[in-house]
Each structure stands twice: as C-alpha cells, then as structure tokens.
Design a protein around this ligand. Sequence first.
Ligand code: IMP
Length: 198
Amino acid sequence: MRYIMATHNKDKIIEMSRIIEPLGIEAVTDRDLGLELPEVDETGTTFAENAYLKAASACEFTGLPAIADDSGIVVDALNGAPGVYSARYGGEGLDDKGRNRLLLSELDGVPREKRTAHYACAICCVFPDGRAPITAEGEMHGVIATDERGEGGFGYDPLFVVGDKTVAEMTAEEKDAISHRGNALRAFRDILKGELGL
Ligand code: IMP
C-alpha cells in the first residue's frame, strides 16, 4: 500500500519513511507521483489541528492515505510562544539565525530556572476510505541556552539544551532517540500497526 508523505521537508520524509516502511508501507512524495501538493493554510490553533489540515488536503488531492506532521517550540516564559507559529516567528523575513536571535532577545535577563521549554510534534494520517484519522503526539523537554552551540540539527536546535548538550551538539541518532518527532513517530507506528492488524 502506498502512503503519501504530506511534506516537502527532506529530513521529515527520511524520518517518517524509516519508521513506517518496515510495516510494508511504501512512502511516496508528491514528486514521486509527478504531482505538486497544494499549499495548505496552517490555520489550526494546535499542532494536531495543523497536521490534520495538511494530511486531509493531501489525501483529498491524491486519493491515497496521507501522513503529515506539524511541530514547533513552546517556551514557558513566553506563555507558550512561538508554539504553532514557530516557523513564522518574527515574520517571513527571518531565517533560522534571525529567529534564534529574536528568541534570545525575548528571554534577555530571564534566569536559567525560568528558561524551560519543550518541542512538540503531532503526526496525523488521514485515510481515503473515510475511517477515523490517526493522530499521535510527542514532546522533548529542555531549557533555552543563553548562546548558540553546535552545528547539527536545524531551527532552534543550537539553543535547545537537554542535559549538558544542545540538540545541535547531538548526533542524528541521539536526537531521534529522544526527540518530539521520534517520540510522535514511534507512537504513530504503534497505533498504525493496530489499525492495520500487524
Ligand atoms: P513545521 O514545518 O510547520 O512543522 O514548522 C516547524 C518549525 O518548528 C520549524 O521551522 C522549526 O523552526 C521548529 N522546529 C520543529 N521541530 C524542530 C526541531 O526538531 N529542531 C529545531 N526546530 C524545530
């Protein structure tokens, strides 16, 4: 059975495929099908709602079961910001570096014990036969550093500290084992296994 991965992010496609292909599922992208998925307005107020919107749109467009993810960083001292707006924090003009600088300036003077945060990820699968969608969520908890460290990962990883390392200082395997996306994907795989009777 073919499932469409409703994302253009190569890292996400690799991570999703690695987890679901052992279930006998062929993970395909819109490019593999010679199509281009329509852009989806992420109007949800939760990660799960946005993941559902992306999966539902891809399922309707292709007629295949569709898997989407939505993720972001939730900072306690900023009342949960940037949250579902993580990719757009500070406006469209900022890149990852600019968003990290903005986050540091927003937390200027906030002591370490109040710099707690978590990454969150929701994975959703929508089926064309009308059966109920599957949603799974995962989190990774840490603290926002006072300066950037490390070359790995992406996005806010150089600022996100778990234990004594930033996520950007971890190997891909170390990150996968504890990350919000790894946790959500493993939970998703277990629910999907049940759904498919595997
Ligand atoms: P999405 O593609 O709409 O899910 O956007 C998620 C945004 O949250 C990304 O652009 C990053 O800024 C941030 N984010 C999500 N997961 C991670 C991660 O694992 N590391 C660093 N930043 C992340």
